[in-house]
Write a protein that binds this ligand. Sequence first.
Ligand code: DOR
Ligand code: ZN
Length: 355
Amino acid sequence: MQTNPPHTLTFTRPDDWHLHLRDGEALAAVVGHTAAVFRRAIVMPNLKPPVRTTDDARAYRQRILAALPAGSDFEPLMTLYLTAAMQPAEIDRAVDSGIVHGVKYYPAGATTNSDAGVRDLADVTAVLERMQERDLVLQVHGEVTDPAVDPFDREAVFIDTVLSPLVRRLPKLRIVFEHATTREAVAFVTDHPHLAATLTPQHLLLSRAAMFEKGIRPHLYCLPILKRESHREKLLEAAVSGSPQFFLGTDSAPHSRITKEAACGCAGVYSAHAALALYAQAFDSVGRLDRLEGFASHFGADYYRLARNQDQVTLTREPWTVPDVYPFGAEALVPFRAGETLPFTVSTSGATLGR
Ligand code: DOR
Ligand code: ZN
């Protein structure tokens, strides 16, 4: 615990190891927020249609680069969407391309644009074996989809019924447990040193009660859903532990205001506009800002076997107020903490960001 929390903190520029950038107008609306602070991001492939092949990833990467603000050095790290139709040769193409850094496993029906996902991991055994051979990371959305399982239990049941058998069958396959939300996920990852987990700002800052504070809060609905406070405490403990198995992945997931504020609202919290400031607030709440650099800027790069960034970012204990809304093509995007004042401001090489 730090006794004298610093007013400013300068450290290695971070990367976001789990990000949704979408496509078209939505992409153009959001990519600048991430690129202003993060040097790189693992870009999720759940477009419509999904990013299934290395060629798809190459084309999507070009669209992302074209949408960046002038002069940006942001580097998108691409992923492929695992489907039952994928062949092992696609893994070879992906690794050889140098632009694909993982394959994302969505259990079919688990979340936004996951219909093309995998129903049974037995359908993709040869692909997973090739990934293990070629040392390509599998990124998992760790929730079962069985409607009989309570939504708050879907992560823990996934660990017992899907992940644990998978790790036994392919003991060298490197797996990132994306957006971990439970103590069970933290314990499982900790027990398997070749695995890692990303943690989102909303799961570090909020428990499920926040979704019902004075009414229903659709902008706090994401998947996996926020869990009870005792889980949040375990996640934050893991984040600040200094363990290289836990690192930053926002899962920033933009949806237009009308699709969130609806009778059947979409899952996803948009956090790219304030991501690093949000993580800083979480770390500061337990007096561990000194552990932020490893979590935000070192451990993910190390896990993905990429060089750490050379440039720096500065965090200042200076409040800023999040806008109520951002433009989102012809629609509006309501960001996490809309209209609220955050305690930290972020700047890179002289520019103050996030305002
Ligand atoms: O809340 C979520 N939104 N969880 C996911 O897994 C997907 C994401 C999205 O793409 O909107
Ligand atoms: Zn996601």
